[in-house]
Design a protein around this ligand. Structure first.
Ligand code: SF4
Length: 339
């Protein structure tokens, strides 16, 4: 049983205790109306993944019950890199579609399963490949910098990929001066404000979860918690970002909160991070910047979805054409080279 108590995590090691999960799951989807506890389903997943040699990845915005059964938890790109290094031939990605595609791009010989086929990312799917290709060529072959949160199809017309933590560093290192940054206007604005000597053009894309937060919500949260440090994701609008004590990726926010001498933090990213930080740092206090910061796509995956993936009756096996992967990998290779 002790093997169930530790989840290896990109942020460190999470000591989990399945006995705290007391909810009930009704597995109607399998035609099995027997009620099972969350712990029973978790144990069945753990048994199956061991038996079938499956690696389970969970993005850090997943629910606690999924994080507890994952082999690795973290940001999307870090999870893809981790998946490449594990010996397992089958990987289940509990997250959204572009994340499963990135795992496949980096590990083309593995079977990669997206935990819930309806889990997309509105930001990643905002622009079409042809649209970006047209803008790129019409403007004298702009250098297209894309956030990792893009589809594989879109990456085929991009020159270099970035993560939220590497974006400023990579754009700074580019030889090209004329840049089109896609799809997030807010991360793009953050990059623009922190990079000198480049002509950076932006489009009106973005993450509906982070972009929905307003400056008045920041002022309200700061008034309620005057001693708390404000940590925000650069996908938030500039009016929110300008009040932050720290701006960074999800893992950056978590590292900052864990190592800071401060005791209180207002967290400007998905609600799951507030929960995880409170779980891992019980002596500190974490407050959500807004209770509306919940990504419905990230929460689409249920524990029963993961169970069905392990059984081979659920999820979606990611299939990408070899020529598409080859083109899309070029911008990831350039990110690795510059990062
Ligand atoms: S939080 Fe935003 S960027 Fe992340 S999956 Fe949800 S919609 Fe996409």
């Amino acid at each position: 049983m002790s093997e169930f108590l530790t989840t290896h995590c990109i942020y460190g090691t999470i000591n989990t205790c399945p006995t705290i999960t007391v909810g009930i799951i009704y597995s109607h989807r399998n035609g099995d109306n027997m009620a099972k506890t969350i712990l029973e389903v978790q144990n069945e997943i753990l048994r199956l993944k061991k038996e079938k040699d499956i690696c389970i990845l969970a993005h850090s915005y997943q629910g606690r019950e999924i994080i507890e059964i994952a082999d690795f938890v973290g940001d999307s790109y870090a999870l893809s890199v981790k998946a490449k290094s594990v010996p397992n031939k089958t990987v289940i990605m509990c997250g959204v579609r572009f994340m499963a595609e990135t795992v496949k791009l980096l590990s083309p010989d593995k079977t990669v399963i997206l935990s819930n086929k309806n889990a997309g990312c509105p930001m990643a799917e905002q622009f079409e490949k042809d649209e970006i290709d047209y803008i790129k060529k019409k403007n004298g072959n702009l250098c297209v910098v894309c956030y990792i949160n893009t589809t594989t199809e879109l990456k085929t017309v991009c020159d270099v990929c970035v993560t939220s933590s590497s974006a400023v560093k990579i754009v700074n290192k580019l030889d090209e001066e004329n840049i089109l940054f896609i799809p997030d206007i807010n991360l793009g604005t953050y990059v623009k404000n922190n990079v000198k000597g480049k002509n950076i053009q932006l489009l009106h894309g973005g993450c509906p979860v982070h972009a929905s937060i307003t400056e008045s919500e920041v002022l309200k949260a700061k008034a309620e918690h005057p001693n708390a440090k404000l940590l925000v994701h650069p996908e938030c609008v500039p009016e929110v970002v300008k009040h932050a004590d720290y701006v960074g990726s999800t893992s950056g926010i978590m590292d900052f909160a864990k190592t800071s001498d401060a005791d209180e933090f207002i967290i400007g990213t998905e609600q799951a991070i507030v929960e995880t930080l409170q779980f891992e740092c019980p002596d500190k206090s974490f407050y959500p910047l807004s209770v509306n910061m919940i990504c419905r796509n990230m929460k689409a995956t249920t524990l029963v979805d993961v169970l069905n993936c392990c059984k081979g009756t659920g999820g979606e096996v990611i299939e990408l054409e070899e020529k598409t992967m080859k083109k899309a990998r070029k911008c990831i290779d350039r990110m690795i080279e510059l990062g």
